[in-house]
Design a protein around this ligand. Structure first.
Ligand SMILES: O=C(O)[C@@H](CO)OP(=O)(O)O
Length: 503
């Protein structure tokens, strides 16, 4: 055998040995020292480096990569932290084993809703009234450590779908009643974050690869249009205003950073206007950072917002449109089957649908109404879709709870034309992917990726919105850290996409 081949062979043997022994560092160090491997190798390489052709080295490098053991999940750890409302929620740490060494790769957490749909995944709470008024999540954290972590141990992180599938199977229930939706969502978010980090990819790219498959990755991405909560009512505020969220929606024909700048400008103008009109307490903030003035009617709120848009120098309806989340289940009486749309005034389903039609006529800048009816008032949903579905977005939230089974039913029965996607309503990102596919492929409708009213400072949903090509994102006001971190992440993604010519 000629010398070149011999050296290469020895180098290969040595490299294999290093890889095999890399989990036992001390032994490796002793071996290297005993046999003076480092010097020998250096000598050998020096003597032949410039004489050897390129080929064998790239072959060798590829072989070594193949031989390296892939990084795998070592364990997950759940911990109780606080969300933006001061309630406990689950945070999960993902530890991976890389070349035999255990490292903390990523951490993420679950959000929590207030106006929740009845078919949402179970939010597992301890119900011990002495601790956090029964809202503790220590049982959910224990499930992460004792039930989820063991089934994921040793698994690779390339496929989030596979990991989410394992968690769903381990729980075995549609609404995650065994392990808790909060533990599973926090794990799914943390595993995705860890996977992206391990593969050295931006999170949105990792999610896109899992959503589209590596072969079908788009060469360009789009950034979602933000639906920015600017004025709060209902359960998120505390006054008489029944409708939960009034939002502003910038034009999609301008860059994301400009969309954000425009809506933020309107937000500040509205703050000033409310103080002037209703006094300083009118600029108090609701759970999602929107102002929470003590108003009585939707018209009052919409007129104030329209005026703020104009005083900020924009045109209502072209530069900035309006959107609402009624959260109608919260002002519905199941016994009488009536809605209290204005304090003390109860209306039937038909009257409410007509009320919506008239409101859209009075405020033509309205482009979207979410949960305009109670979550089981299917007749009402169908009637509203017939009357308004070709004019504006009608968004299913509590009625579908991001659940592919309910979304299929909604598509078949023509409940509405758009979907609000909240991963913690169903549990895993994988199930969220299925929801998006249904809406995009079978309904040709819009998906709005959404936060919850109780949030943490992780920004996974911003990456998710870009990764699955959602048209919109709803993540509160352009104020309060747990809301702005999502918008700020979108600014980072925008910059990245521009630099890579992928926008
Ligand atoms: O109703 C909604 O769409 C959400 C988010 O705004 O609120 P919650 O998280 O309280 O369900």
């Amino acid at each position: 055998m000629d010398q070149k081949k011999l050296i290469l062979l020895k180098f290969l043997e040595f490299s294999i040995l290093v890889l095999e022994m890399s989990s036992k560092k001390n032994q490796l160090r002793a071996y290297v020292e005993k046999h003076k491997i480092a010097e020998k190798l250096e000598d050998a390489l020096n003597s032949c480096l410039d004489k050897l052709p390129e080929e064998p080295f790239s072959f060798l490098a590829a072989k070594l990569l193949e031989l390296a053991p892939p990084p795998v999940v070592d364990h997950l750890h759940g911990r109780q932290i606080l969300d933006s409302r001061g309630n406990p929620t689950v945070e999960v740490d993902v530890y991976c084993k890389i070349n035999g060494e255990v490292k903390l790769m990523a951490r993420s957490s679950a959000p929590s809703g207030a106006s929740t749909g009845s078919s949402e995944a179970l939010e597992l709470r301890d119900k011990d009234e002495k601790t956090y008024l029964g809202k503790g999540v220590l049982k959910a954290c224990k499930n992460v450590d004792e039930k989820i972590s063991p089934v994921l141990q040793g698994k690779e992180l390339k496929s989030l779908v596979l990991l989410d599938e394992i968690m769903c199977k381990t729980d075995g229930t549609e609404l995650k009643t065994k392990l808790g939706g909060n533990s599973i969502t926090a794990c799914s978010f943390a595993l995705a974050t860890a996977g992206a980090k391990l593969l050295d990819q931006p999170l949105f790219m990792y999610l896109a690869e899992n959503f589209y498959g590596k072969e079908n990755m788009p060469s360009k991405f789009t950034l979602p249009v933000p639906m920015v909560n600017i004025l709060n009512g209902g359960k998120h505020a505390g006054g008489k205003l029944k409708i939960q969220e009034f939002m502003i929606v910038p034009s999609k024909d301008i860059p994301f950073s400009q969309r954000l700048k425009n809506v933020t400008t309107v937000y500040h103008h509205l703050g000033k206007l409310l103080v002037k009109r209703y006094g300083v307490s009118a600029k108090n903030l609701g759970d999602e950072g929107g102002f929470a003035p003590l108003l009585d009617t939707a018209d009052e709120a919409l007129e104030a917002i329209e005026e703020a848009i104009k005083s900020a120098g924009f045109t209502v309806g072209t530069d900035i449109r309006l959107a609402m989340d009624a959260a109608a289940s919260e002002f519905y009486d199941e016994k009488t089957q009536k809605y209290e749309i204005v304090e003390g005034e109860w209306v039937t389903t038909e009257e409410l649908v007509d009320w919506w039609v008239a409101l859209v006529e009075r405020h033509p800048a309205i482009c979207s109404i979410e949960d305009g009816l109670h979550e089981t008032d299917y007749k009402g949903w169908i009637s509203m879709q017939e009357k308004l579905g070709d004019k504006i977005m009608l968004v299913m939230d509590d009625v579908t709870t991001s659940n592919p089974r309910l979304i299929k039913q909604g598509i078949e029965e023509k409940w509405a034309n758009s979907l609000l996607l909240k991963i913690n309503q169903i549990g895993t990102i994988m199930e969220g992917f299925e929801a998006v596919r249904l809406i995009h492929n079978e309904l040709q409708g819009n998906v709005i990726v959404s936060h919850r009213s109780g949030e943490t400072t992780n920004s996974v949903i911003a990456d998710l919105a870009v990764g699955v090509g959602a048209g919109y994102i709803k993540t509160g006001a352009t104020a309060r850290g747990e809301r702005t971190c999502k918008y700020n992440r979108l600014l980072q993604i925008e910059e990245y996409l521009i630099s890579k010519e992928m926008l």
